[in-house]
Design a protein around this ligand. Sequence first.
Ligand code: F6R
Length: 604
Amino acid sequence: MCGIVGYIGKNNTKQILLDGLKELEYRGYDSAGIAVLQNGKFSSYKAIGKLVNLKEKTSDFITEGFAVGIGHTRWATHGKPTELNAHPHIGESSYVVHNGIIENYAKLKKELMSSGVSFLSQTDTEVIVHQFEKNIKSSTNAFEAFSKTIKELDGAYAILLTTISEPDTIFFAKHGSPMLFGRNKDGEKYFASSDTPLMGQASEVNYFEDGDYGYVNESEIFIFDKNKNKKDAIYKKISQNKLSAQKDGYRFFMEKEIYEQSSVISDTLMGRLNDEEIVFDELDENFFEGINEIKLCACGTSYHSALSASYLFERYAKIRTSVEIASEFRYREPMMQKDTLFIVISQSGETADTLETLKMAKKAGLRTLVICNVDNSSMVRLADATILTRAGIEKGVASTKAFATQVTIFWMMSLYIARIKNTLASKEIARQISLLREVPASVKVSDEMHEKLKRLSKRYLHGHGFFFIGRDIFFPLALEGALKLKEISYLHAEGYPSGEMKHGPIALADPELFTIALLPEHLHYEKSKSNVEELSARDATICAISSKEFDKADDFIAISKCKDYMLEFFEMMVVVQILSLEISIRLGNDVDMPRNLAKSVTVE
Ligand code: F6R
């Protein structure tokens, strides 16, 4: 998704903007650009593809002394990924960058064109800068024109605008897309779509609320809320530790993040396990009082972790649980009952569809909870309560450690509710808590396992598709395995319940159909095994993952003997992640930034 940076100060503005955009690469993009206003003159550069192209284009461009700059990585929504469509967009004497979608852009563009304005790009963003320049003609100053412009926009946006008549100023507005402001003791000012570009630069940051707009110049910041009331910035310290955001010698962030799962799950568990109960300091003691049902809502990988939760919640906490895909839920006029707890799950806390369902639930008067990895994100700020997954920055577009920590939280939460509702014996809760303590060890990647998967991957680079199959909670894991593979290998893969194959998909079975079979020893083993045998009998190629030898498999990946199916779940999760990673590497793909994908999907 698009990323924005801005800078006002005396340092090397070009480099600060390029470094900031680099930190936003993980959000996904197809072009990038910067505009710098220095000594009363604008310089702007754009390039399609990776940032290295923009770096090359700007190699002769030098910024020294005071300057104002804005930069952008674009993930195409309106118009192809071309240089003309890349941001910043120019008016007569102003530049704008924007993240989000201007829904009424067609109408505004028509009006502007009929009054003689010509457009260079196919984007929705370009209307902002022309509308601003139209308004400036009837305004007493640039800020008045900017305020008028913001009021005329429908949709979601984070906007930065600079104009020649105010050469030390950046105008900003935020509504539905993330943006924060940072400053340091040297008087430098920064804007960005997320914390990462500001780490090591700003010492404190202000997170804008939806509806905030205003301007920042060399000496001050003016923020107004959606009702035009002036408000003060609320500064928070920003972490300066960038180490965790580097690759640490791994080939890809995704690989590093798979290997990190053990330590981040330890962090997720930290302080939350007593011998006999789960502790969530974040939740009020009465948080579950009056709750008779749980509705989970999310997208993508987070949706898969929500599906896993539904098995655990019903099995252990005996509470009615349903799971919804956010983009569907938003528009299907759903029934919402006040005794339902609405839980949204999101790594980023910014996914537009999920955020919208949270707003709907709040409006309907439901109690809300977010399971999220990013503190201060839009969802965290909106929900009644938050449980942070503590996975650390996830940079690989294909989510791994976020999923692992989400499922860990859900397992804990099922036991937490089970104790409140008295649906599990204390001895069983204590047993499961001791199992939870074993999760960090169960997701450790052994060299032997990684080597085996690397070797095996060369046999799975072709064929007419993959089926990942599993039963019960291993079905969401199958869905997640298939999603991982298709995202980064671009091979077709589906997740399916093992028992459902015979109702249609088995017609596809032949040696070129690859079945990745999840066969946990401790959950419906015999049933799952016979489903796999049905496929094997029809000559499908079977790659079985289990702790029990399986002679019908063409390939067999042995996990260790575990005490419980949930530990098997975590071990198999690592296997499917690494298998996807190695297949993608062999195919020569960009594992961390797969084509057409964005890390944080802040448009619907
Ligand atoms: C898959 C992936 C996506 C996200 C989805 C939701 O690897 O990363 O499917 O899970 O876009 O994102 P969040 O969790 O940030 O709401």
